[in-house]
Design a protein around this ligand. Structure first.
Ligand code: CP
Ligand code: NVA
Length: 293
């Protein structure tokens, strides 16, 4: 049986992405509660920590009438206590779907390959599709259509950027990413890559940054602090964007590194809207994978 999975935004393609986004806006407008998952369980397999992704997936499953089953790495030993394939072949017998947050993208891809139920990537080293849906929602709330919108990324060429770029590409926004030499994204993305943060930010409608050191890269933190010098989104840099520009960050933030508190809590910061929208994005993603939207 062909299963629908969401490993990254391009598993949807532009039309389905648009449908999921519209559904997410509807989910939010009505604070939707449904019965799509009545009597069913959705497994949440997490190899690393999470606030937003775990909370919003749990609440989304609950508000769709289902039971979220949280399984952490210490408990199940995905790929250690037993092979990833066997975990997939077990979970498919009990659940309607799986969301997995993993270190290596190959792990979530392997779960998707072997599970007959839908698999959502709840963040891997390569992609963060639920974040991209919520971010597109947030930008649409702020600006209406994203057609022609100029978004600046300042920082690491990481998982969040890869998914964001694909989403913005579908919606007709222009993304300019300022990334230090040596930290380009792991795959080609629809964005212009520059080395100077100011070049990316000048005239931008939105400025987005993320941590310099992602989960799993902690040993590189010192080196990264050196390599990302000059990439802090402080007020001086943010003010080079349009006077109407929004500030975005997927959170958690390392204040004083990629962003100052002044910018994160700026009146035009949308960081908590992004977090709020993660719930509606999660519901829309699950509904799409169930064929309900
Ligand atoms: N933005 C995000 O995915 O946050 P968590 O790591 O807390 O889930
Ligand atoms: N790039 C960050 C995002 C966290 C939501 C990480 O992977 O740790």
């Amino acid at each position: 049986m062909q299963t629908r999975d969401l490993l990254d935004v391009d598993d949807l393609g532009p039309e389905a992405f648009r449908r999921v986004l519209d559904d997410a806006h509807r989910m939010k407008a009505s604070r939707y509660r449904g019965q799509e998952l009545a009597g069913k369980t959705w497994a949440l397999v997490f190899e690393k920590p999470s606030l937003r992704t775990r909370a919003t997936l749990e609440i989304a499953v609950y508000e769709l009438g289902g039971h979220p089953l949280y399984l952490d790495q210490r408990g199940i030993g995905l790929g250690e206590r037993e092979p990833v394939r066997d975990v997939a072949k077990n979970l498919e017998r009990w659940t309607a779907g799986i969301a997995a947050r993993v270190f290596r993208h190959a792990t979530v891809a392997e779960l998707a390959e072997h599970a007959s139920v839908p698999v959502i990537n709840a963040l891997s080293d390569r992609a963060h599709p639920l974040q991209a849906i919520a971010d597109a929602m947030t930008l649409e709330e702020a600006f209406g259509s994203l057609e022609g919108l100029r978004v600046a990324w300042v920082g690491d060429g990481n998982n969040v950027l890869v998914s964001l770029a694909k989403a913005l590409g579908y919606l007709g926004a222009r993304l300019v990413a300022a990334i230090p030499e040596g930290y380009d994204p792991p795959e080609p993305i629809p964005a212009e890559i520059v080395r100077d943060p100011a070049e990316a930010v000048v005239g931008a409608d939105a400025v987005y940054t993320d941590v310099w050191t992602s989960m799993g890269q902690e040993e590189e933190a010192e080196q990264r602090r050196r390599d990302f010098k000059g990439f802090t989104v402080d007020l001086a840099l943010f003010e080079r964007a349009k006077p109407t520009a929004a500030f975005l960050h997927c959170l958690p933030a390392h204040y004083g590194e990629e962003v100052t508190e002044e910018v994160a809590y700026h009146p035009r910061s949308r960081i908590f809207d992004q977090a709020e929208n993660r719930l509606h994005a999660a519901k829309a993603a699950i509904r799409h994978l169930l064929g309900a939207a």
